[in-house]
Design a protein around this ligand. Sequence first.
Ligand SMILES: Cc1ncc(COP(=O)(O)O)c(C=O)c1O
Length: 391
Amino acid sequence: MFPELTGEISSRMMFHGKEVVIWSINNYLGLANHPEVRKTDAEAAKKWGLAYPMGARLMTGETPLHKELESKLAAHVYKQAAAVVNYGYPGVVSAIDALLSRRDAVVYDAESHGCIIDGTRLHIGERFAYKHNDLESVIHNLERAKKWTDEKGGGILVVTEGVFGMRGDQGILKEIAALKKKYNFRFFVDDAHGYGTLGEGGRGAGVEQGCQDDIDVYFSTFAKSFACTGGFLAGDADIIQYLQYAMRSQIHAKSLPMPIVEGNLKRLELMLKHPEYKDNLWRIALKLQNGLKERGFDIGDTNTVVTPVYLKGTPFEATQLVHDMRESHGVFTSMIVYPVIPKGMILLRMIPTAVHTDADVDQTLNAFSAVSEKLKAGAYQDTVLNPVLQG
Ligand SMILES: Cc1ncc(COP(=O)(O)O)c(C=O)c1O
């Protein structure tokens, strides 16, 4: 049974008829329910319906608005060209697949998002995973990759994320980019959580770290800061054109419908016009993170708005705690347990947004204090709060 949230998308929504503060939805800039966004989405749907354009982009799915969105996105992230993709996940899988031939090697962060892992799984050359954000391990694996590609006559692609969505730490992009001269690789960065939240003008982790020029293929989804659907890849014009003809999930699938394209143009316009949305997101995120730290919580090594809280306990205790937090304190968070994180740990991952309020943060901090005291006292060990869980 999956959780069902109802009501208007905001910092507070309804869960089983009860209002809860939500920290689990990707609406960084608060655009999901912005009046201008809602108006554009609705008017575009009325004007175009959901059918137009018909067919894959390279067959019959091209429109001036798709191209306009792409050129605006490319300009925004300081790249020559961009290509929109119909969802982020298949876009990344196919981009990695298309960029690699049997003679190439891919070097990637072991804790990468599933779309990166799955993209590398399609690769029939060599794969080298390095320890998460560990520069020594990056170098060690680049050495291995170089040896292999020197033998085969291929090239190296390094793939990582701008922001790791569970831990909230940024990928070590600048340090990796500094190795390009020595190892002569192409650099692919999935910045799903960085675009809109980091860097001047929301340009993402590459701009934040001052190495955007070293990123050969920059990716973001529209599903997080834009609270919409689809995504884009940006880079040199020849790479982007090649990808548009070679990404299997795009050439064999329908082009993005017009309301999505117009909706994303509106979101980009609003993001550029209103830097205060990002400022407010950061104000809320820092209030939450500082409040947690002051209360003695371990929030790991986040240096972004993504806010993890690490607690000690079993998966059963995690379930009880999250239930109690929701039912007794009106706070909804996502929980992550073994095998995603080590045994005995509980990770509660929170995604702040520009529309959260100080009152939302205060309520959440008080909820965390209350449930962690109970966790430490062993109250969740055999207190079965939800009879459904008993089976
Ligand atoms: C790092 C990363 N890449 C790609 C995606 C996939 O994006 P989409 O939801 O557009 O398929 C996500 C979404 O969870 C993500 O976090």
